[in-house]
Design a protein around this ligand. Sequence first.
Ligand code: GLV
Ligand code: GLV
Length: 321
Amino acid sequence: MKIFITRQIPGKALEELKKIHEVEIWPGPGIIPRDILLKKTAGTSAVIPMLTEKMDSEFFDKAGPDLKIVANYAVGFDNIDLDAASQKNIAVTNTPSHLGDSVAELTIALILALSRRIVESDKWMREGNYTAWDPSLFLGLDLSEKTIGIVGLGTIGLATARLADSVLGMKVVYTARSEKPEAAVPGWRFEKLPQLLSEVDVISLHVPLTPKTRHMIGKDQLDLMKPSAILINTSRGPVINEAALYEALVNRRIWGAAIDVYENETGLADDSTWWKMTKLPNIIMTPHIGSATIEAREEMTKIAVENVLTVLSGKPPVNPV
Ligand code: GLV
Ligand code: GLV
């Protein structure tokens, strides 16, 4: 059967797929143009898209009746119209598993880098500014005994909470749709979002992007935070209203932010708020690298391939969303 993959992806598991099916991979560079995507996927039985591809009803119509599965190469799936897929009985899967640990590790790295001003001081060092030890140089914030607020306690939120607790000695407050049995840990507590925002020292976002979570953090929520609070986003850019974040950072309403995801990820060059943010010292920005480890990407390929093989052999998907 015909399978189309929208980008070159790492991982040995692809060889398994090629042994059994006819696999075509978009060679790049960059994101596949929409018209080519629609042309290449017409008549295929399976597609492995990236989070950069919009899988909407137009896509499902043009793909045609052979399409059985869309195996998203990501844990998030806000790029896929699930109603449109289910109307046509097309399976949609994602790549969970230990990718959660990879994102949690990046989150902890960003918390440490921001609170100890590592990126700022590295830049300053390379500029040749250091002459001698100085008691007031690059003062940061301690984390031990402070409280982290986890917004969204799914796999990634939970992995982040565990690391913050066990590695950094932080207390954990979390918010989710309901209290979670897996969070019945000494020193952990459930709170509603406004209470969490007003009392914690570090806020880390781990919700999926949905109409309900879009701009979940805007001016009103930033105003609730402590002036010493730091905000981390390794989930999806539009969960934060970036214009409001810029105002909070430039006015020092909060201590700082570290973000791996952006409201307008494919249009940063034309995004004036983003350009203004790049000039601020109290923000760290990474290029959506939450799951970008050699191990996680290998595993993501393995999971996507396994789902495609399973569904094309007539069985239910392993990781349906
Ligand atoms: C990355 O952002 C993912 O959803 O896997
Ligand atoms: C710092 O280097 C210290 O010795 O306190």
